[in-house]
Design a binder for this molecule. Sequence first.
Ligand code: URA
Length: 264
Amino acid sequence: MREQAIILREMGYTLWQLRQEAAGRDETPKAEPSVSIEEPAAPQASAPVVSVPVDAPRDILSGADDDRRAATIAALDWAGLTQAIQECRACGLCARRRQAVPGVGDRTADWLFVGEGPGAEEDAKGEPFVGQAGKLLDNMLAAIGLRRDQNVYIANAVKCRPEGNRTPTAEEMAACRPFLLRQIALVAPRLIVLLGKSAVHSVLNDDRSLSALRGKPLSFGAIPVVVSYHPAYLLRSLPEKAKAWEDLCRARQIYRENAKSAPA
Ligand code: URA
């Protein structure tokens, strides 16, 4: 309970406690309030996949012939996709990266979270959301009973660090989009949570403001999409944390409703 209380406090909630409990008079162990989510969905059938050959075709690695490159990436399996991302030279971001940051988590997850792009710490470690914003994201996940390695996959709109943590350009996001689309297809999540404008732009191709999109029924194909604030923004703008909490509760509600109506 204490851990959950810390998390909810961080999310901007005021917690009230009975005086009797606060004084520690009641020694009876209390049951944890349930924040767990339903069992993961059964793995879904996927399209035939191919591994990228070790000498990957140029059209995957460079930006030449967008349609052909996108079609090639759309047929890759996880190994091929990871290799293609790591070797990609389709936009200028590759010039300064230490390494590309493909994604992290459960590859059969029901929940997909999409951020913007790696920062310095992610570039050094090769894993998304490991810095301060990542700690907040982990706490947000924990608040709804999730963990980054269990039934959750985390990816970014761009896989290489934009210098100075600037927002990636539309061209950079377009060059990386086939990778993100393939991640979505391979994970086949039941719900996508888009964290910030770049994720929204990349997945939904929508440039409206977050405030115009939050709380709206949105989808990517048949997959429901929930739009929320980027954790880095929440670190700078504490009052918005309560809104992010609302978004997460809404996401959990949609997930539960869909899990109930899904075929067994
Ligand atoms: N911000 C992001 O959008 N992604 C990361 O991986 C880290 C910070």
